[in-house]
Design a protein around this ligand. Structure first.
Ligand SMILES: Cc1cc2nc3c(=O)[nH]c(=O)nc-3n(C[C@H](O)[C@H](O)[C@H](O)COP(=O)(O)O)c2cc1C
Length: 386
């Protein structure tokens, strides 16, 4: 029996990933920021929202297929961009992309990934989206956008919720900032995880050398333990809605803005012609004390009034969570950690397992609700507010 066979839900995958990965990698993946308030808010919101069980309905033909941007998805789900998949598994992003393609859902490649966008586009198959961080030297980001267009990515996801960067104290403690600093603690941590050392770090060292941020511009590309604080390649803190227009100009595909938590920002995005917004608090990883996305979703759905697609993420761990998001009006959900835990335990097979768990749970929840199609998931699945 493989490790994956013992995993019956996303929490099992999480615990298995915790065993296999060095603490520095695992905490980078798993934790939120500062006092972990946003992280808890996300889960609390899902746990507090109740569903109404219906009985004696025909549920012999429950289907989860849906559409985004006029094209089919096997379920209303896409894998969120995460910048560390390549440290959870050798070329972990590639494993995630292949798992997504096989499951019939889109995959989003992060700017900071360790596998190049060209390799993913050429070899993984499936629907591919590319996530962008805007650098202070904006022209360098535009270069990335053009590369993603040439590689054939379907959508560009510009993540806008970073402000002045996140205060993730655990990363500093674990020597896990950028560039990563090996210290006594992190060296000991890695040595205590020989399987990871051999199959992930060892494999990079034996092939391409210490992992790099493969999509960074040539002059700033260096290994993740490289000496330079990449002074110039800092994220832009002077950005505005005009930058959305600029991206529209140079990006030929679908444009998605990720990190919206306010109805007014959603309306602005709408006015600037985006194809979708992602209601996200970055999985509780950026501003602590952020609203749970589930709590702000209804007002944002109302504000955009069906004129653009609404995607939501942050805290989805069960298929029933996906159903709740759809019931509140989302068109699609993203999740980051569930498939990352999976990839951290078993590469592509682990990510496939995470997707299958969520899919099976979603199907079961729909059956309990007496619903056979995604389009039937409306507010009526919830207990009415008195
Ligand atoms: C380890 C990790 C790395 C992430 N890196 C990025 C990133 O590079 N770009 C980005 O837009 N979002 C990033 N995110 C946020 C995810 O895209 C997504 O918003 C978040 O994971 C959703 O919450 P969930 O993990 O609870 O599903 C990251 C999330 C995690 C867990």
């Amino acid at each position: 029996m493989s490790r994956l066979d013992h995993c019956y839900n996303i929490e099992d995958l999480r615990l298995a990933a915790m065993k296999r990965l060095p603490k520095g990698v695992f905490e980078y993946l798993d934790k939120g920021t500062e006092d972990q308030i946003s992280l808890r808010n996300n889960r609390r919101a899902f746990e507090d929202l109740k569903l109404r069980n219906r009985v004696l309905a025909d549920v012999s033909d429950v289907k989860m297929n849906s559409e985004i941007f006029g094209k089919p998805v096997s379920m209303p789900f896409a894998i969120a961009p995460t910048g560390i998949a390549g440290l959870c598994w050798y070329e972990g992003e590639f494993e995630l992309a292949k798992a997504a393609a096989k499951a019939g859902v889109p995959f989003t490649l992060a700017t900071g990934s360790n596998t190049s966008m060209e390799k993913v586009a050429k070899e993984a198959g499936g629907r591919l989206w590319f996530q962008l961080y805007m650098w202070r030297e904006k022209e360098l980001s535009y270069e990335l956008v053009r590369r993603a267009a040439d590689a054939g990515f379907e959508a560009l996801v510009w993540t806008v919720d970073i402000g002045h960067g996140a205060n993730r104290e655990h990363n500093a403690r674990n020597g896990f900032s950028t560039p990563y600093k090996m210290n006594m603690r992190s060296t000991f941590d890695v040595l205590r995880h020989p399987e990871w050392l051999v199959t992930v770090l060892g494999k990079y060292l034996a092939t391409t050398g210490m992992p790099t941020h493969e999509n960074y511009p040539a002059k700033y590309k260096q290994s993740i333990t490289g000496k330079h604080k990449i002074e110039k390649l800092v994220r832009a803190d002077k950005v505005g809605w005009a930058d959305v227009d600029k991206l529209r100009e140079i990006w030929p595909g679908k444009l998605i803005i990720k990190g919206i938590l306010h109805a007014e920002d959603a309306q602005q995005a709408l006015q600037h012609g985006v194809d979708a917004i992602v209601v996200s608090n970055h999985g509780g990883r950026n501003m602590d004390s952020a609203d749970a996305t589930l709590d702000v979703l209804p007002e944002i759905v109302e504000a955009v009034g069906g004129k653009t697609s609404v995607i939501v993420d942050s805290g989805i761990r069960r298929g029933s969570d996906i159903v709740k998001c759809l019931g509140l009006g989302a068109d699609l959900v993203l999740a980051g950690r569930p498939t990352l835990y999976g990839v951290g335990v078993g590469g592509q097979a682990g990510a496939e397992k995470a997707l299958k768990i969520l899919r099976d749970e979603m199907k079961r929840t729909m059956a309990y609700l007496g619903k056979q199609r995604v389009s039937e998931l409306t507010k009526e699945i919830f207990k009415p507010v008195r």
